[in-house]
Write a protein that binds this ligand. Structure first.
Ligand code: SF4
Length: 85
């Protein structure tokens, strides 16, 4: 019984965290972006290199469930051009 209660509490905490991060919206500052493509190679469902040679968030991107990849891309960007709101 103790184990079941612990699992239930953990699940609630997980759901709470998911609810907070599901609304993550990544942004690219094109003034900083050097078009290296790292973000697109890490999170290709979220970022792409646009016709201007700089990264952009893919229009209509459903970012739910991709928070970890978005954060990896943000951390890997050499010029800190990616922000998350
Ligand atoms: S990783 Fe940063 S600099 Fe490289 S393309 Fe993406 S946003 Fe631009």
């Amino acid at each position: 019984m103790q184990i079941k209660d612990d699992c239930g509490e953990g699940q609630n905490k997980t759901d709470s965290i998911k609810n907070k991060i599901m609304f993550m919206t990544p942004k690219v500052n094109k003034d900083l972006c050097i078009g290296c493509g790292t973000c697109a190679s890490i999170a290709g469902d979220v970022f792409r290199i646009g016709s201007d040679g700089k990264a952009e968030v893919i229009p209509g991107c459903d970012c739910a469930g991709k928070e970890e990849l978005i954060n990896q891309a943000k951390d890997a960007c050499p010029v800190q051009a990616i922000s998350v709101e």
